[in-house]
Design a protein around this ligand. Structure first.
Ligand SMILES: Nc1nc2c(c(=O)[nH]1)N[C@H]1C(S)=C(S)[C@@H](COP(=O)(O)OP(=O)(O)OC[C@H]3O[C@@H](n4cnc5c(=O)[nH]c(N)nc54)[C@H](O)[C@@H]3O)O[C@H]1N2
Ligand SMILES: Nc1nc2c(c(=O)[nH]1)N[C@H]1C(S)=C(S)[C@@H](COP(=O)(O)OP(=O)(O)OC[C@H]3O[C@@H](n4cnc5c(=O)[nH]c(N)nc54)[C@H](O)[C@@H]3O)O[C@H]1N2
Ligand code: SF4
Ligand SMILES: [Mo]
Length: 652
């Protein structure tokens, strides 16, 4: 038996250290490593389920091409040589006939590794292919918070242990980031920390918190103004800090005071009494933090909510007293890694959330997909699927598993999983890092992303040397000054290192201060102050929230844990009005489509708000995302998943 050290590469902020036991090139067990003080030696059900996913019956093990014939399409196994030459010919033909911008690279964080995810983009940058703005997940929050702070990094996980108050805001950490939750829970046990969850539904985190506050979806900016009102009126603010480290407080205060208790209650649905309680819990903490969720910013005006929450700590004199994601507070030369700094081509960029309508418009003739399952996870899914199904769109999918997108492709290429290749992957939350070692040989004929991109580059006859640069040399240049206590070579020798993080009291704004009144927002034509825009409040319509549950990473792990539960939560008052009982089959619908699922009547969600696990597929086979909208947010171009407007009726 050999023990091999690696790191989890899933699209998850925790990035656990994992120890893998291997015998005869087979994974025998995985367990969390205690070498990482944040991930603390335990894995979530996805980490624990990874060996089953590696050996799943749904693995893609060989290259396949689609055969179109009268009896319906079939997939034929081919050799790598055949597949690569087929793809290269098609790519050359497409570029000659339609231009390089008619090629779309559609990739995401199915494997977050630098080599599996970023380095292969070099090929597409060299070709001049169109890419997305990668704004499907966290970009709007980054932009929103960035308007006031420059970059959105903040409180470190270990600091949670010293907090007196931890406020999860649109963040279901107990499920989505279980190690952050565990540290918070430990702080409560050790020093009586108060935990609050602000979420329209009683999420797992809300249920385990000391206080659950349930604003209407999208009313969070107002709620922050309510808390600020309490803090200002009761002289809890740190005037020295505000004077020294911020600008624009006068305009901010003016806006805050326009939010009377009555206006606050009408907008948020939260009573002034509860707002005062929340404000006083926060005001009395010597150390307190907001945990700003990604769920909070995936709505119509999600960026507004994230920026509004991020300003509250500045009132009390906390430097960056929030946590969102630290990914942009590091020193990593991503533009070198992905080649966007090396190419001479002008790269066309489309909105990630609008890929459906872009595909349908006929702009793209060749799509290369890796590390994502867009036929399930993108909004406006009807268009996404129609786009992939067009006869004049040639699609290549490189994935570890037969996904819904793979079944729509012309060529399917087998990818090795993160347990079958060497790489490096940093957490969005903590600074601890070690090499991700390959634990077993790739199954079947599966290949890693770097060797695939280099085979394609070779077949295409490309001569740019930077396409063939040795992976570890590339990483050395990318990460030259990333570590506090060593180098990439040390990591490769098996050491565990810590990353550098930019200073907490440095603000990358034009004034160099925290800008309550954002000069960048003003320049870009956004409101310089966080703005409470109208919430969805239309008679007869519900807001459908959707977020993850423990066993699944987006569309992954259905092969291990079975289908994502086909359920929707509805408040008893709404259920009564619609004459819907617990377990009834119901149809959710809007002008984009319908999805049939089972109702769960529960006071765990407020009236007017539904919740479903994402990204489920309904009883009739329709996926949840046919109901969501592919229009980008104004700030940061992010998604609006949590602003899906639907009606419900009985489907008995
Ligand atoms: N309704 C709704 N939809 C949402 C969201 C929501 O809140 N609501 N959230 C959105 C968010 S936040 C995100 S991040 C996206 C995620 O969207 P996706 O990135 O599409 O999510 P996954 O389904 O995890 O797809 C990842 C794919 O990568 C593959 N993969 C895993 N490892 C490797 C590897 O090493 N190599 C290769 N080549 N492939 C690999 C997996 O098999 C899987 O098919 O979904 C978005 N979709
Ligand atoms: N198990 C599991 N964990 C995951 C993932 C996974 O697929 N599975 N995916 C990872 C990824 S890519 C991401 S992006 C993160 C996301 O993880 P989180 O940041 O926790 O975000 P979500 O789980 O999308 O939503 C969190 C909460 O926001 C609430 N919410 C929705 N709209 C609003 C609103 O307007 N106001 C307020 N106050 N709350 C609102 C929802 O009800 C939900 O309970 O999870 C990561 N962790
Ligand atoms: S998915 Fe996240 S919590 Fe689960 S094992 Fe991987 S890094 Fe850890
Ligand atoms: Mo995400």
């Amino acid at each position: 038996m050999t023990n091999i050290k690696t790191v989890c590469h899933r699209d998850c902020p925790d990035t656990c250290f994992i120890d893998v036991e291997v015998k005869d090139d087979k994974i025998v067990s995985v367990k969390g490593s205690t070498a990482n003080p944040v991930t603390q030696g335990f894995l979530c059900p996805r980490g624990r389920g990874d060996p089953a996913r590696v050996y799943s019956k749904d693995r893609v093990l060989y290259p396949h091409i689609r055969l179109r014939n009268n009896n319906g399409d079939q997939f034929k196994r081919v050799s790598w040589k055949e597949a690569i030459s087929f793809i290269a010919n098609k790519l050359q033909e497409t570029i000659q006939t339609h231009g390089e911008e008619s090629v779309l690279l559609l990739d995401y964080a199915g494997n977050q590794g630098f080599l599996a995810s970023h380095y292969p983009r070099r090929l597409w940058n060299a070709l001049g292919a169109t890419k997305t703005d990668y704004a499907l997940c966290s970009a709007s929050g980054h932009k929103g918070i960035g308007l006031h702070y420059g970059l959105a990094y903040g409180v470190q996980p270990e600091a949670l242990l010293d907090m007196e108050v931890i406020i999860f805001w649109g963040n279901n950490a107990k499920v989505s980031s279980s190690h952050m939750w565990t540290l918070s829970h430990q702080a409560r046990k050790d020093k009586g920390t108060t935990i609050v969850s602000i979420d329209p539904r009683n999420s797992e985190t809300s249920q385990a918190a000391d206080m659950w506050v349930s604003p209407r979806p999208g009313s969070d900016v107002a709620l922050t103004y309510g808390i600020a009102r309490y803090l200002i009126e009761n002289n809890h603010i740190d005037t020295d800090f505000i004077e020294k480290s911020t600008i624009g407080f006068r305009q901010y205060k003016e806006e805050v005071l326009s939010w009377t208790p009555e206006r606050l209650e009408n907008t948020t649905g939260v009573s002034w009494v509860d707002i005062v309680k929340l404000g006083s819990i926060y005001a009395n903490a010597k150390h307190g933090t907001f945990m700003i969720g990604l769920g909070l910013q995936k709505s119509f005006h999600g960026a507004e909510a994230a920026r509004a929450v991020s300003l509250l700590p500045a009132l009390l004199g906390f430097n960056r007293g929030f946590h969102y994601s630290d990914s942009r507070g590091r020193e990593i030369d991503l533009d070198y890694l992905n080649g966007s700094r090396l190419t001479t081509k002008n790269i066309n960029i489309v909105h990630h959330v609008s890929v459906g309508s872009e595909l349908v418009s006929g702009k793209f003739k060749f799509v290369f997909v890796y590390g994502c399952n867009p036929a399930v996870t993108l909004p406006n899914l009807k268009d996404v699927r129609a786009g992939f199904s067009k006869n004049d769109v040639f699609t290549v999918v490189h994935d570890t598993h037969w996904t819904e997108t793979a079944y729509l492709a012309d060529v399917i290429l087998p990818a090795s999983t993160y347990l079958e290749k060497d790489d490096l992957n940093f957490s969005d939350h903590h600074l601890y890092t070690r090499i991700s070692n390959k634990t077993i040989e790739p199954l079947g004929e599966s290949k890693d992303e770097v060797s695939l991109m280099q085979s394609l580059a070779e077949e295409l006859g490309l001569e740019e040397e930077w396409l063939f640069e040795d992976s570890w040399q590339v990483l050395d240049k990318t990460l030259g000054s990333s570590f506090q206590n060593g180098t990439l070579d040390d990591l490769r020798e098996g050491k565990e290192l810590k990353l550098k993080l930019k200073p907490m009291n440095e603000y990358q704004t034009s004034s160099g201060k925290i800008e309550f009144y954002s000069s960048e927002a003003e320049e870009l034509g956004f409101n310089p102050l966080p703005e409470q825009l109208p919430t969805i409040n239309d008679e007869g319509w519900f807001v459908l929230l959707n977020s993850s549950i423990p066993n699944y990473t987006h569309s992954q792990f259905i092969d291990v844990y079975g289908p994502i539960p086909q359920i929707v939560w509805i408040n008893p008052k709404d259920a009564k009005r619609l004459n819907i009982k617990n377990n009834d089959k119901v149809m959710l619908f809007n002008n984009q489509g319908k999805v049939t699922i089972n109702a769960v009547v529960t006071s765990n969600t407020i009236s007017g708000v539904l919740w479903s696990p994402r990204p489920l597929t309904g009883i009739e086979g329709n996926p949840l995302n046919i109901l969501t909208d592919g229009t980008p947010q104004v700030i940061g171009s992010g998604p609006r998943f949590n602003s899906a407007k639907v009606k419900m009726k009985s489907a008995k």
